[in-house]
Design a protein around this ligand. Structure first.
Ligand code: HQG
Length: 178
């Protein structure tokens, strides 16, 4: 049985970011899985061509295939403990985080925390933050003075798909702009 590209993308997010053990897939320390093993264990018909198309056309570039074409991993969004091998990078002056209004009280008290994932996710643009925040209800947007945080010693990482990552954002750096 074959799956649509959208279903394969959701399946890959689950397996490569959160629960590889669900199909007995092994990820290395950097989150890479063997494509041959994935095709064998996924439980449905998956061709290399379809996998490459899903990776190439993914709207958020969630996945990457290794240069030798043998391995695949998620670019970010993991809850499992893997090391993406990213170096700390100087961020732009401001980054944005979209979330749902129901979390505002807790966020203003505790700052942004990664919750189930490895990192807090931040975006370059307010528009992206609005679409991220809209997934969970009425969106609110925080502006984060990322460059100032970086200059005070907070590390920022840029994932291969353009999402900015940080371990946390203390509440003193959060300015609600919408
Ligand atoms: C919130 C999707 C209460 C945080 C998106 C968020 C993104 C707190 C939620 C990517 C909190 C965690 C990541 C605190 C943070 N108290 N709530 N102290 N600190 N939160 O999904 O940023 O489609 O792990 O605001 O587009 O929403 O999966 O993070 O609402 O790029 O590729 O806790 O996931 O991309 O939720 O989304 P998430 P996120 P994909």
């Amino acid at each position: 049985m074959q799956k649509t590209d959208g279903k394969i993308s959701r399946f890959l997010s689950l397996i490569l970011r959160h629960e590889p053990e669900k199909i007995g897939l092994k990820l290395d320390v950097a989150g890479w899985a063997s494509i041959a093993e994935l095709k064998k264990k996924c439980g449905f018909d998956l061709s290399t061509a379809q996998l490459e198309r899903v990776v190439r056309d993914n709207n958020k570039q969630r996945f990457a295939i290794s240069a030798d074409g043998r391995k695949i991993r998620a670019n970010q969004g993991h809850s499992i403990d893997i090391d993406l091998g990213l170096s700390a990078t100087q961020p732009p002056e401001f980054l944005f985080h979209g979330t749902a209004s129901k979390y505002m009280g807790s966020i203003l008290k505790n700052g942004l925390e990664p919750q189930t994932r490895q990192y807090v996710h931040l975006s370059n643009t307010i528009d992206t933050a609005i679409s991220v925040g809209s997934r969970r209800g009425k969106p609110i947007i925080f502006q984060v003075p990322a460059l100032e945080m970086h200059q005070s010693g907070h590390a920022f990482f840029l994932a291969h798909n353009g999402v900015w990552l940080s371990r946390s954002v203390p509440s003193k750096y959060l300015l609600q702009i919408r």
